[in-house]
Design a protein around this ligand. Structure first.
Ligand code: NAI
Length: 316
């Protein structure tokens, strides 16, 4: 595959995720052009990325890639005109609101302004590729590249094809994500929730049921993850965990534990409603631990990002 280095990527939508993608692509030495349809929003994003983020990261010695903050920032530009923003791009990363109509209108506009070879990639977290790209004429170059927030520290990217996406398009997206230091995974076909949210929702559902049924408190179920499962899951996935947790590996694990797993799994309740009295109780319990006022939430978010930064350092 020809080198992608130094090529241009257009980021459409300069909110939380658009800015994060821009920083990730810059760290890999790509030229990034940011566009937003809200006048002044893209240039505001540049101020935020440069002063607040990239320079601060350099001071904290957490800047990603081999380029200095100044070198990375010299590759970044903002545009209020979509055509100008798309000029020369080989890859378009869409990051507008999670709204099907908004995605349709962006991809319709973009497709009319780029050549056939340009890859159209969406950041959507919950929409299916066949819906997101339903109004695109040439869907063979369409893909979902779903990041995890904040992508600068949490490197996973789920690559999800449209049923018509060419394997070569998946390969280019995979190479690009690897090149910028992300950790891409390929899904072979579209599925609601992709992989990450399907696993996440399974965890949320069982945690919710246990609290709802009075088995455990909110504080303690969160500790089950943060002091238990999460400790290993930052480094080892569930399948490797099984393989390592029996003396002779996976087959041994299945012999020892599959009956127990099935017994427990058969006791799982239905999908929770996430409403009514149980929801009120769970909201009250979490708000007693972390009040829902902005000042408290901000402190906890900053703590989360700081800890993720430290973990990213450790994983390196
Ligand atoms: P956001 O609300 O922070 O930013 C959206 C930006 O898109 C705004 O700046 C808005 O002005 C711009 N925009 C809206 N319509 C536009 C258009 N037609 N053309 C150009 N710009 C337009 O949203 P956020 O959180 O950055 O999400 C963006 C996408 O990323 C969504 O699809 C979301 O599901 C996905 N995502 C979000 C994650 C998160 O944790 N926030 C995580 C993973 C994916």
């Amino acid at each position: 595959m020809t080198s992608l280095k130094g090529k241009i990527i257009t980021v459409v939508g300069s909110g939380l995720i658009g800015r994060s993608w821009a920083m990730v692509f810059l760290s890999g030495g790509y030229k990034v052009k940011i566009y937003d349809n809200e006048p002044g929003q893209a240039s505001g994003a540049i101020t935020e990325i440069s002063r607040k983020q990239i320079e601060e990261l350099q001071r904290a010695k957490m800047l990603r890639g081999n380029l200095t903050a100044a070198q990375q920032l010299s590759l970044l530009s903002s545009h209020d005109d979509l055509q100008q923003a798309l000029e020369g791009a080989f890859f378009v990363q869409e990051c507008v609101f999670e709204d099907l109509e908004a995605k349709h209108s962006v991809f319709h506009e973009v497709e009319n302004l780029v050549t056939e070879s340009v890859i159209l990639s969406s950041s959507t977290s919950c929409l299916m590729p066949s819906n997101v790209f339903s109004r695109v004429q040439n869907r063979t170059r369409c893909i979902i590249s779903h990041p995890v927030n904040p992508p600068y520290y949490v490197r996973l990217v789920e690559l999800v094809p449209h049923p018509e996406t060419l394997p070569a398009v998946m390969d280019v997206a995979y190479s690009l994500m690897t090149d910028v230091g992300q950790a891409p995974v390929r899904l072979s076909k579209e599925i609601d929730g992709f992989a990450l949210n399907r696993v996440q929702y399974a965890i949320i559902a069982e945690s919710w049921r246990l609290v709802q049924d009075g088995v455990i408190s909110v504080k303690d179920i969160d500790l089950v993850m943060s002091e238990g499962l999460g400790m290993r899951y930052a480094f080892i996935g569930p399948i490797e965990t099984m393989h390592l947790n029996a003396p002779e590996g996976m087959e041994d694990y299945l012999q020892r534990y599959s009956e127990g797993m099935k017994r427990v799994l058969n006791t799982f309740g239905p999908v929770p409603d996430f409403s009514g009295e149980p929801a009120a109780r769970i909201v009250k319990e979490i708000c007693e631990l972390i009040p829902a006022e902005q000042e408290h939430l901000t402190v906890r978010r900053e703590r989360r990002d700081q800890l993720l930064m430290e973990l990213a350092k450790l994983k390196k």
